[in-house]
Design a protein around this ligand. Structure first.
Ligand SMILES: [Mg+2]
Length: 315
């Protein structure tokens, strides 16, 4: 298959794969055979279980090329999966990337995408172990990223372990991604290099905090769709309700209460615990935002917490 143009010449799929592979030759202990064979071969570390997550990132729904830099899109595609691994208390080890690119896509954009993807992968020692490329049927870019992680056997943090009487916590702050999204939509330039303080363009998955929460948290999930939606998922999985307090929420600078509750894409961890919880975990501040209660009601300041999730690119 031929697609993509560079210096007036079309890129073949093999050339594209070569660009994906890059020059990196490092191998982590899990990956025995990576890109280049029919399948990747993974070693399961002794005493561990493997955890697997997959996420679509669709242009127009999860990102916009006129708002997000190519580097930001590559980073965000991978960050979603890393955050899911973090939410399970695991360590991410390998990733798979499947990309559908429109006819005559810009190779510079693709290179920027891989730059963002690889920089984040490197930070966590994650190896790109395979994937697929295809010509997209339309004008939009479609990316599917699978991340595999390892967690000590039986120790994965589940959504279903919250107990009545546990306290409810979040890491970091809420609403920052929504604030930056509004700025990008209003025409602010999107950075091309990952830096902190860019919660929409370069969200930082809480991998170290997730690992540190094993043995502390009774349940855990990551906040991708917004607290109001995700807290309900956690409560449903555990068969409990929750009482939260607006005044306790760690609202990001410049964010409104609405953005903190419904903004989504903050990729912080939401967890419950019965015992003592330190104020900081793996360098991230932890805030108690409520209590796990009997029943199924999810409340804020005594009123039902309305679900108003993720709808950034709708309408
Ligand atoms: Mg998740």
């Amino acid at each position: 298959m031929l697609f993509g143009m560079i210096d007036g010449k079309r890129l073949t799929e093999l050339q594209l794969i070569a660009r994906i592979q890059g020059s990196r030759r490092s191998r982590n202990a899990v990956l025995r055979v990576g890109i280049g064979d029919d399948c990747a071969v993974l070693r399961v570390p002794a005493g561990h279980e493997m955890i697997v997550t997959t996420d679509f990132s669709l242009e127009g729904r999860h990102f916009r090329r006129d708002w997000h830099s190519a580097q930001s899109v590559g980073h965000r595609c991978l960050a979603r999966g890393l955050s899911d691994i973090a939410a399970m208390g695991g360590r991410p080890v390998v990733a798979f990337l499947s990309l559908a690119l429109p006819k005559n896509f810009e190779v510079a954009w693709f290179d920027g995408f891989m730059e963002g993807f690889n920089a984040l992968a490197e930070r966590f020692g994650v190896e790109l172990a395979g994937g697929d490329t295809a010509e997209a049927p339309g004008a939009e870019i479609l990316a599917d990223v699978m991340v595999v992680g390892a967690v000590p056997g039986g120790k994965a943090l589940l959504r279903s372990g919250a107990k009545v009487g546990d306290s409810l916590y979040v890491t970091g702050s809420l609403g920052g991604a929504a604030v930056q999204l509004a700025a990008l939509a209003a025409g602010a330039a999107c950075p091309m290099v990952a830096e902190s303080g860019q919660p929409q363009a370069f969200p930082q998955p809480r991998v170290e905090a997730g690992e540190a929460l094993r043995g502390i948290a009774t349940s855990c999930m990551d906040l991708s769709d917004g607290l109001s939606t995700d807290l309900r998922h956690l409560c449903e999985a555990s068969g409990v309700g929750a009482d939260t307090w607006a005044a306790a929420l760690p609202i990001a600078p410049g964010a409104t209460l609405e953005q903190a509750l419904h903004g989504g894409e903050d990729y912080e961890l939401l967890f419950t615990a019965g015992g003592e919880v330190p104020g900081w975990i793996a360098g991230v501040e932890v805030t108690r935002i409520g209590t796990v209660v009997a029943g199924s009601a999810v409340r804020i300041d005594g009123r039902e917490l309305e679900v108003g999730g993720w709808e950034h690119f709708r309408g």
